[in-house]
Design a protein around this ligand. Sequence first.
Ligand SMILES: *Cc1c(COP(=O)(O)O)cnc(C)c1O
Length: 490
Amino acid sequence: MTRDSAECGRLPDLLQRLGEHLDRYQRFEHDDAMRQYPQWQPALERPVPQQGVGIEQLLHELGHVLIPNASAIPNPGCTAFITTGATTAGALASLAGAVAAPQRIGLTAFNYLEELSLQWLADMFELPAHMKGVYSSGGSVANLVALGAARQWAFEQRGADPAQDGVDRPCRIYATEASHRTIHRAAAVLGLGRNAVVTIAADALGRMRPEALRQQLEQDAGLEAVPVAVVANAGTTSTGAIDPLREIGEIARAFSLWFHVDGAYGLPGILDPQVRPLYDGLALADSVIVDPHKWLGAPVGIGATFVRDRSILNRAFTQGASDYLEGSFSTADAQHSMDSPGIPYSDFGVELSAPSRGAVVWALIREIGIDGLHKRVCRHNAMARHLAKRAQAHPQLEVVQEPTLSICCFRFVAQEIDDLNEFNRRLHRRLVQAGRNIPSTAVINGVFSIRPCFVGARTGWEQADALVDEVIETGQRLLAEQSSLQKAQG
Ligand SMILES: *Cc1c(COP(=O)(O)O)cnc(C)c1O
């Protein structure tokens, strides 16, 4: 009998070569994956192989077929969405965990970091000491877990247990139009229904109007529906706006409602002293989420939910006793790392098996410290403000939404353009095709905007100017093309 794969001892060599491929990729001298499609697609399109190719050929295919045809997102000029490439520290810790830390069960050094890193996040983002966390795959699940806690709490207040018996009454969740759509999906998954999400009016910046919330709650007070949560944003996805957390939190308190703060993107913004006051009231939250795989530069797959009492999570999400685990480990008399499951993370959310996300978050913070993260967040916020200033100063640019954090929504304008939305849509397509500066777009109060979001660890100061320059240049070229077309036609 031989083992499946005898690569033990070869790891250093394999990793060295993988590292070289990844290093080349990160120079972004290769063409876009879509343009290379005719080359790599036939190389991949095969039926399930009867015989394996072995680790050498596999590494060859990783290095020559996959990696050079991978995502443009880690490119420092890519400022689309709120997503970025992992930092090297995050990638290394993730790889180490993949090899050495399957499962959150057992008292290992990796698992120790699960709680420690959650605590570090809570400390760094100034959450109250009683707030404890749990990791999940990202903001979607982090919101689901938080709203699952809210549902549990709201029903328990009324003498019911929704985790056990289901939801037998209509429910309501209060949020603005700017809230992430995963709030609606969480409502659907939790059996409340998407229609449970009631839209509260917002101001021109997309921030919830506390008075509108109060009015809605007063109006709903006589209804049979269970008010489950108020959802505020600490950094909306479109524009980075931060809701007035203190006012909203106080209203939630007054109406005995769970107060959830979605800081998937924006929570790290609290590290920038210029915007820190906007987080006033965060301490009133019953739950808060943050995505380390956004601004902190973790590899994708890491979100965190913090709640004021993890026993609510346990009641909401426990999988219950299971025969297949009975007697597998000792908690009282731990003598081996396989003993002592410690904190039952798998009962605080929807995942049993999970990677070691704690080690990744630990690595990100350990590498550069709060100082390093503070500098990164401040740089990105300053870039958005700098971009806004340049746009204000240029006759052919217009700021659509003043930045709060590291997003600046702007557009190209000129007298001779009839349909500005259509023009900017075309301009954006040109940017994407050129592939140097790749922002995403957002429609804000009906205005189609170019929307860079600076979150990449490798996204340097020069990227803000590079983007503005390219937008001006591309807009002017589009205008020239338009006028020569008009001349030709008329
Ligand atoms: C990105 C985002 C989410 C969803 O997070 P994923 O990690 O993509 O699942 C939720 N809320 C806000 C505010 C976000 O920006």
